[in-house]
Write a protein that binds this ligand. Structure first.
Ligand code: EPZ
Length: 444
């Protein structure tokens, strides 16, 4: 007899029966945080561009709509997307306000719009609510390239003749602002330099795309990126890197439930820091010769507690944090977590406590680094006491990674859990219901 009324078909809710180790194999495709950026790059040319290794995630829909509204063609078939932005009309204020509210990607088209039409509009961007997530760095980058901006009630208008090469230093190695710099500098007049840049694998994949298009970009030591602007860019053909965030989520599920999952499609080197922490916690993995088939399991019955501090690449990724910390609720001892990238990314621990986890959240910096949030009263550190026996509960999913950590907790828990808002997971986990079945999780 079920504790909850089963969700109606098509409802964005899911009943998960937990308590069994997972076993199975899943195939991870193109990175949620690389693919949409490559699609934006296609707007920098009127020639045809092709992308392969496509994951079926809803975040792509926003970019496809944006390309179509600006006058481009998008052909999306199973494993490839073809884009031809033969013309470009800048977005209207209404479209900007609507599209910008749905995800972080549209703000990345600002430099593109300035290149192609001399005008652009920025509105408050959407995406996961894990902190205020302002775009001030983006604006400073664009101003440095000569864009002039005017503030209006709910949007900012920017105009520019031709963007001119610039030297910019980021206050924090922001992924989005680095991407904005790459889009601006590739077609700007003269040379540009970005210091304190983000160097995530998704950034290097975008650099590879732009280089295929004819750009001149060098990623140098000490987070410095140098670019010589070119007159025009041409089409490209590119296979996007696998999604290392999705791979680490499934690995954390195997760790939490003492199961075994084989993940195909993500290169070992994209996960290097995660693999080290996975092994420190008492997990282990085998990797095939091509280094893109990894099998994750526990190396010992009880997991070890850890001190975990997130950081920008090559540190421990903030997007790995919530799924991995959920597994640490099963470790034998006290783990300490310090989130240094987002000021409000520990909210999900309230829900884990309702399943029986023992987690205390703090505003102090509980880690070796005194981070930006130290003195600002942000709940960005946590102490996790384990092992705790988790039991089923009813939860509402607030954002993508927290959502997957709820799936992990529900799978590790005795009894049933009812998860609401699971369609949010479609934003970044392709075919995840089929994958849950593939690893033996009883859900409906
Ligand atoms: C990208 O977000 C990813 N999203 C995020 O993944 C990821 O967590 C993040 O990079 C860090 O790796 C996409 O690629 C779509 P940032 P982005 O600019 O570019 C502050 C997921 O779960 N900041 O590197 O928005 C900001 O508030 C998502 O897949 C400013 O203050 O991240 C944050 O504290 C979540 N001003 C920090 O920098 C700015 O103008 C890092 O943000 C820009 C950023």
């Amino acid at each position: 007899m079920s504790e909850f009324d089963p969700p109606k078909s098509g409802a964005a809710s899911m009943l998960v029966r937990g308590g069994e180790p997972v076993h199975g194999e899943i195939h991870v495709r193109g990175s949620k945080n690389a693919l949409p950026k490559a699609m934006v790059a296609a707007l920098l040319t009127s020639e045809k561009c092709r992308l392969t290794n496509i994951s079926a995630i809803t975040d792509l829909g926003v970019v496809e709509e944006l390309i179509t509204i600006t006058g481009g063609d998008v052909h999306h078939s199973n494993d490839q997307i073809e884009i031809t932005a033969h013309s470009f009309t800048e977005l209207s204020e209404t479209d900007v306000v609507r599209l910008h509210a749905t995800s972080r990607i549209p703000v990345l088209t600002t430099a593109v719009s300035l290149h192609r039409s001399g005008r652009a509009i920025i509105a408050a961007p959407g995406g996961c609510e894990i902190g205020p997530r302002p775009v001030d760095f983006h604006l400073n980058v664009l101003r440095a390239f000569g864009a002039r901006d005017s503030q209006f009630e709910n949007h900012i208008e920017l105009v520019a003749d031709r963007l001119r090469g610039a030297r910019v230093r980021l206050p924090f190695p922001s992924v989005g602002a680095t991407e904005q710099f790459l889009f601006a500098s590739s077609l700007a007049e003269g040379n540009s330099e970005l210091t304190n840049a983000a160097i995530e694998p998704e950034i290097l994949d975008l650099v590879a795309v732009l280089q295929k298009m004819g750009a001149i970009i060098s990623v140098e030591p000490n987070r410095t990126i140098r670019v010589t602007g070119v007159e025009s860019l041409h089409g490209f053909d590119h296979r996007v890197i696998g999604d290392r965030l999705e791979a680490a989520s499934w690995a954390s599920l195997a760790l939490a439930t003492a199961g075994e999952i084989t993940v195909r499609g993500v290169q070992q080197q994209l996960l290097s820091t995660f693999l080290n922490m996975f092994r420190r916690a008492g997990g282990d993995f085998t990797i095939d010769a091509d280094s893109d088939v990894l099998t994750f399991h526990r190396a010992r019955r009880m997991l070890r507690p850890l001190a975990l501090e997130t950081d920008v690449h090559p540190g421990f990724m903030t997007d790995w944090q919530s799924p991995f910390v959920t597994a640490l609720t099963q470790a034998d001892g006290v783990s300490v977590v310090h989130e240094t990238v987002y000021e409000d990314r520990l909210g999900y621990t309230d829900a884990l406590r309702s399943l029986g986890a023992q987690i205390q959240v703090f505003t102090e910096c509980l880690g070796p680094t005194r981070c930006r949030f130290g003195a600002a009263n942000h709940r960005h550190s946590a102490v996790v006491v384990g092992p705790t026996k988790l039991h089923g509960a009813e939860l509402s999913i607030p954002d993508l990674r927290a959502g997957f950590s709820y799936v992990i907790a529900a799978a590790a828990a005795e009894g049933e859990s009812l998860l609401h808002g699971v369609d949010l997971l479609d934003r970044g986990y392709s075919d995840f219901r089929a994958k849950l079945s593939a690893v033996g999780i009883d859900h409906r």
